[in-house]
Write a protein of this length. Structure first.
Length: 151
């Protein structure tokens, strides 16, 4: 198997998710919404699984959600992640539709404090990997109780 030289950075030019990464670069979390039935459809695959429409509008959502599941990654399974461990890989259900679950990272938290359904909010952080050139701004999530300066 061959990987792109910037693996594991996401390919921000890949058409199905290009708008997701473009929104993240602007500091927005966007999810495709079906123009026919108005449902959010994630993962984007070009056809609405509810009604069959192929017309979508990338829609900015609040960035609030709840922690659906998570795992503390303590061993790097590829060398590019060695500098990142331990980190929390998580699945977040967005507020607008809990059936939309984003695979992400949970940051700025004590992993031992995480609980299912913990309210979280989006933050945008550079995704970087050791030995890989470049970075991509990615949506990640923090528990809502973690606010800067205790506000
Ligand atoms: Zn639809």
């Amino acid at each position: 198997m061959r990987f792109r030289s910037d693996f594991p950075l996401p390919d921000t030019d890949w058409p199905p998710t290009r708008e997701f990464w473009a929104a993240a670069a602007r500091g927005e979390l966007a999810v495709p919404r079906c123009d026919a039935c108005q449902r959010y459809v994630w993962y984007p695959d070009g056809t609405c699984r509810f009604c069959g429409s192929q017309s979508f509008t990338w829609t900015t959502v609040t960035g609030r959600g709840r922690l659906f599941s998570w795992s503390v990654v303590r061993r790097a399974f590829i060398p590019q992640l060695a500098a990142d461990v331990p980190y929390v890989a998580g699945v977040v259900a967005i507020e607008e539709d809990p059936a939309v679950r984003l695979v992400t990272r949970i940051v700025d938290c004590d992993p031992a404090s995480l609980r299912a359904d913990t309210p979280v909010r989006v933050v945008f952080r550079p995704l970087r990997f050791a030995g890989v050139q470049g970075e991509v701004t990615a949506p990640m999530f923090v528990p809502c109780r973690n606010r800067p300066f205790g506000i």
